[in-house]
Unconditional design. Structure first.
Length: 142
């Protein structure tokens, strides 16, 4: 691993060089191909991969992995050591508990909760119920 002025490079399992920059709020690693709002927090040892978008005031906790093409909405919280599979959508104000594993293309509706240690299969939808859902979206500009 090589670290230069907020940039980190290392070789992945396939031998390709992967580059990240440290997010100013929390020091987590963000791919240059990702978009993370300045008001979001990405804590140490968390990763945000290329194509992912993280909205304002969202929080990616220690050890979190936001995989390729994931959307994390405004005010959402992704707990410690969570993996959000490729193409997953986490709505505004949603909460994903520690150590949860979400498969590919999962939709966590705005305001919904995923319990700690949950395993959510590919293409599942986690609902919030009508009272929590009203008036909220994913909170990330296209």
């Amino acid at each position: 691993m090589v670290s230069r002025a907020g940039r980190v490079e290392f070789e992945d399992d396939a031998g390709a060089v992967v580059r990240y920059v440290r997010h100013p709020s929390g020091g987590g690693l963000v791919s240059p191909g990702a978009r993370v709002d300045d008001d979001a927090t990405v804590l140490a040892s968390a990763y945000v991969e290329a194509g992912a978008r993280v909205g304002p005031r969202a929080r990616i906790c220690v050890g979190g992995w936001v995989d390729h093409d994931v959307l994390v909405g405004a005010d959402a919280v992704v707990g410690e050591h969570v993996h959000l599979g490729p193409g997953t959508r986490v709505g505004a104000g949603a909460r994903v508990g520690a150590r949860a594993r979400l498969g590919e293309r999962v939709v966590v509706e705005p305001g919904a909760r995923v319990e700690a240690d949950a395993v959510v299969p590919d293409d599942a939808v986690v609902t919030a119920g009508p009272a929590r859902r009203r008036g909220k979206g994913y909170g990330v500009a296209a």
